[in-house]
Design a protein around this ligand. Structure first.
Ligand SMILES: [Fe+2]
Length: 287
């Protein structure tokens, strides 16, 4: 996989065909904000009142404490940097809001999103083929600088409020001192870095953007990122695997399988090749 060495800012784009988008951003591993693909993300419909009235009873446990969605919304609305709401508050479209599944169209980066193909074994897809809604409040931020699990691309569509995204290109990985076991997590607190402990972080060059309602951020596979929230916030998030990051995705699954079942992990390698070719052929026919 070839990574773009230097991008000086996160562009905004619109009016591109799927092919143009793939060639300009996905293939070059360049993050971008798409401004014309999320007409469904109506902050008039998806209001705090709407969620409290229709789904207020749903429950989530965050940091060991269980809250209803109604309580989460109240906490997020009252959140301040000094007294933050719990975060992240993640709900799944398929399980929690099945009524929205048909309402929210799937964007495809490339020929298909292989995570949602019936050809991909659920055991490999299950942690990444969710369609998530994140509720947040002022002052909340994602707990760590991280790369999304298993090398997926990420799509984030803003529905309510504004969210800052701070991104770092994959070639800067040594500056983030990745955890030896959880290789996609950095111990560096980028909001208040300890330069004595992490001196290389001084070299890091972030790209920042603020996502507004109806805008969609594409974060390519392997990019480090974290977020910061300015006001009551609702974001839709979905992962993507296509021909560009298929090998990365399956290699990560192989490494995980090797730790748990060393004698059987070779099966994953074979599966990667056979299913990868099957997808390639199937997608070639889509032209
Ligand atoms: Fe992420």
């Amino acid at each position: 996989m070839a990574f773009q060495k230097k991008v000086s800012k996160i562009e905004r784009c619109s009016g591109l065909s799927d092919k143009e988008f793939y060639n300009k951003y996905v293939k070059k591993s360049v993050p971008v904000v798409v401004t014309d693909k999320a007409t469904w993300a109506s902050s008039e419909k998806f209001t705090p009142k709407f969620f409290k009235a229709n789904y207020g009873h749903l429950k989530r446990t965050i940091d060991g404490k269980t809250y209803t969605l109604s309580e989460i919304i109240d906490l997020c609305m009252a959140s301040t940097p000094e007294n933050k709401a719990p975060y992240p508050n993640i709900f799944d479209l398929n399980q929690d809001f099945p009524e929205f599944v048909d309402e929210i169209p799937l964007i495809v980066y490339g020929k298909s999103n292989r995570l949602f193909s019936p050809l991909l074994l659920n055991t490999f897809a299950k942690r990444t083929n969710q369609r998530q809604l994140f509720f947040g409040g002022k002052g909340c931020s994602f707990p760590t600088l991280h790369i999304d699990y298993l090398g997926v691309h990420t799509q984030l569509t803003q529905i309510i409020g504004e969210k800052d995204f701070i991104l770092y290109s994959p070639d800067q990985t040594p500056y983030f001192y990745p955890d030896k076991i959880l290789r996609n997590q950095s111990p560096v607190n980028i909001m208040d870095p300890d330069y004595d402990k992490f001196p290389l972080f001084k070299n890091a060059e972030p790209l920042k953007t603020t996502l507004k309602p109806k805008e969609t951020l594409f974060i390519p596979s392997g990019w480090w990122h974290t977020t910061y929230i300015h006001n009551f916030n609702l974001t839709y998030a979905i992962d993507h695997v296509n021909s560009f990051n298929w090998n990365t995705f399956m290699d990560e699954i192989y490494l995980s399988a090797k730790q748990k079942h060393p004698k059987l992990a070779w099966i994953v390698k074979g599966y990667k090749v056979v299913l990868g070719k099957t997808f390639d052929v199937k997608e070639a026919l889509l032209n």
